[in-house]
Write a protein that binds this ligand. Structure first.
Ligand SMILES: [Ca+2]
Ligand SMILES: [Ca+2]
Ligand SMILES: [Ca+2]
Ligand SMILES: [Ca+2]
Length: 285
């Protein structure tokens, strides 16, 4: 809070703003960080705002430590750096135009120039990196079974085929109306176990995955002569086939890197604790 007040006060000096503007300035630093990718041997995490055009940027080397920051081994890992004004830099800048086409560019937008630049020569940067896995299978993590239904070594919250029957959970309609309430989950054979957790969806005593006549991993294209639904949902046909296909699992890992600065001293403000914000990105595994 101390930082905000001092920063707002300093902004007012630049802006000649009245009390009404102060509130806008405060709200516009959203602490949602963006990243310039490490093409030049460095990463930049930054936040910008308009009216006036300003940025907070943090530059640091693209090295093993950066790897640990962006791809933490354990959720909650912490890394620290020391600001040195050379390889690790924190800048607060004001611009003549939109800095979003400026900060990451090797050849910055010519129409934009830096008006003011403030940079501390020391200080500490603390990165806290967390991640969360989600298979995006239509079952919210909180409602997934807390375990491994099909015993394939992949817990349900990151298994996109919970019952291992080669029909993805999403395609077994766990939440047909997408309201987050799974009480209407599709249950073809009406046995009380929803299809996404039922290894024999139609209750014909042939496992769903063995009803894949052409052994291609797609259960929907196996339809018996004269039938209108696929074999695995058709309890009038119970042929069993030799199956060799196992579909690879994919889940999404969302990383959140929370960045905080300590003991920063600029000419316009000093603070012992500044929350720069959070950078978020996702990758598929
Ligand atoms: Ca599993
Ligand atoms: Ca799942
Ligand atoms: Ca399934
Ligand atoms: Ca079946």
């Amino acid at each position: 809070m101390r930082f905000l007040l001092i920063l707002l006060f300093s902004c007012c000096l630049f802006l000649s703003c009245d009390d009404g503007d102060v509130l806008n300035v405060q709200l516009e630093f959203d602490q949602n960080l963006s990243r310039c990718n490490g093409t030049t041997g460095s990463y930049i995490l930054y936040d910008t705002r308009e009216d006036p055009y300003e940025s907070l940027t943090l530059l640091f080397p693209n090295n093993e430590q950066a790897e640990a920051i962006f791809k933490p081994e354990n959720s909650g890992d912490i890394e620290q750096m020391t600001i040195n004004k050379t390889t690790v830099r924190f800048n607060y800048r004001t611009y003549s135009g939109d800095p979003n086409n400026y900060i990451c560019e090797d050849i910055p937008d010519e129409s934009v120039s830096v008006i003011q630049n403030y940079e501390p020569s020391s200080g500490k940067v603390i990165f806290t990196s967390t991640f969360e896995d989600d298979d995006k299978d239509g079952v919210p993590n909180a409602l997934e079974y807390d375990g491994d239904t099909d015993g394939d070594g992949i817990e349900d919250f990151k298994d996109n085929d919970d019952d291992g029957d080669n029909v993805s959970t999403l395609n077994e309609r766990p939440d047909p109306n997408n309201d987050g309430d799974l009480s209407d989950a599709q249950d073809t054979d009406g046995d009380g176990t929803p299809d996404y957790l039922d290894m024999d969806d139609d209750g014909d005593e042939v496992l769903t995955r063995l009803e894949d006549e052409n052994n291609n991993g797609n259960l929907f294209d196996d339809i018996a002569a004269g039938a209108t639904v696929a074999r695995f949902l058709d309890n009038t046909v119970n042929n069993s086939y030799t199956i060799t296909v196992t579909k690879p699992n994919v889940f999404t890992r969302t990383f959140r890197i929370f960045v905080r600065l300590e003991d920063i001293d600029l000419s316009v403000f000093a603070t012992d604790n500044l929350v720069l914000g959070t950078f978020e990105y996702s990758e598929n595994y």
